[in-house]
Design a protein around this ligand. Structure first.
Ligand code: NDP
Ligand code: OXD
Length: 309
């Protein structure tokens, strides 16, 4: 039997080597070398062209090469009767923790304002606050949200998070559901989005959400571009209600050269790099799930297709 690999952004040669070393007896085929599609029983996909696995009718498990499975589920050819396993791995989590800490601290300690002042040769000491005096709110308290929350808490921030179901996390306030969202927003001076993109969360960073944040809040979106209503953010930045934003993800990627975010003085753009998939640790995580499956053990990190994450 064979595994079919396709990724728009990962090195197939590296993955082939890593997988082949750990999966003796299983052929690793990198698309377009599909061979006999009936021999493909595992598929490992990231941003595959729609319909790519339609001919592979004997696929037993689809592995996503990312944590957010929206690009995989967007393909109507993904079978609905086989498990889709998303990527949960230490490298991805570490990357996101670093990204969130970096950008929360940058805004918290006025890094961009000092840079602006430096460029003008201006020696001006701004009012500084310490982390326990700053409230950070996370949209999403899953694998990445909880890891980021813990890291922010360790620095001393007052951290709260929002999820579909309430959480019990020592020292981290948990809000859930529609009513919980308003409470979370009202107390978030820095808001970090780490939600999956689903029909329920699309457009959640919108005019009403921004209005519910305290004046001069900062917004960090490291989840998906589809969460953000871009024109609403531009309005909120122009009105001054939102002080600044850091955006890693965009509705259109790469961000078009003429997009307003590139030159906006209150926006920091990063090119979808918050948390990259690291082949070595990620391959280990995928192989572990295949071994569980072969041993008849329940798969972990299976996507709930009804919820979309
Ligand atoms: P998880 O599935 O572990 O966590 C998702 C969280 O969002 C859960 O807490 C879940 O609630 C909550 N949630 C989902 N839907 C709703 C809703 N309708 N209302 C309230 N809360 C909701 O995902 P991860 O933490 O692993 O990843 C989060 C996202 O980060 C990914 O989906 C992806 O889009 C993005 N990402 C971005 C990267 C980048 O480089 N920019 C890299 C990796 C991921 P509950 O716990 O109750 O289920
Ligand atoms: C992911 C991503 O979801 O890289 O893993 O965006």
């Amino acid at each position: 039997m064979a595994l079919l690999f396709y990724s728009a952004s990962d090195d197939p040669a590296e993955w082939r080597e890593l997988l082949a070393a750990e999966l003796p007896g299983r052929e690793v085929r990198v698309w377009p070398e599909v061979g006999d599609p009936d021999e493909i029983d595992y598929a490992l996909l990231w941003k595959a062209p729609p319909g790519l696995i339609a001919p592979c009718r004997r696929v037993k498990v689809v592995f996503a090469l990312g944590a957010g499975v929206d690009p995989v589920l967007a393909d109507p050819a993904i079978p609905r009767d086989v498990p889709v396993v998303r990527l949960v791995e230490a490298g991805l989590t570490q990357g996101m923790v670093e990204y969130v800490l970096l950008h929360v601290l940058a805004w918290h300690r006025n890094l961009y304002t000092y840079r602006y002042l430096q460029q003008r040769g201006a020696w001006r000491q701004l009012a500084e606050r310490l982390a326990p005096e700053r409230r950070v709110g996370l949209l999403g308290l899953g694998v990445l949200g909880q890891a980021a929350a813990r890291a922010l808490q360790a620095v001393g921030f007052e951290v709260a998070g929002w999820s579909r179901t309430p959480k019990r996390l020592d020292g981290i306030a948990s809000f859930a559901g529609a009513a919980g969202l308003d409470e979370l927003l009202a107390r978030s001076e820095i808001l970090v989005c780490l939600l999956p993109l689903t029909p329920e969360t699309r457009g959640i960073l919108n005019r009403e959400t921004f209005a519910a944040l305290p004046k001069e809040a900062v917004v960090i979106n490291a989840a998906r571009g589809g969460h953000l209503v871009e024109r609403n953010l531009l309005e909120a930045l122009d009105s001054g209600h939102i002080a600044a934003a850091t955006l890693d993800v965009f509705e259109t990627e790469p961000l078009p050269p003429d997009h307003a975010f590139w030159q906006h003085p209150k926006v920091t753009v990063t090119p979808h790099v918050a948390a990259a998939t690291h082949a070595r640790s990620a391959a280990g995580s995928v192989i572990r799930q295949m071994e569980r499956y072969e041993a008849g053990l329940p798969l972990e990190n299976v996507v709930n297709l009804a919820k979309g994450y």
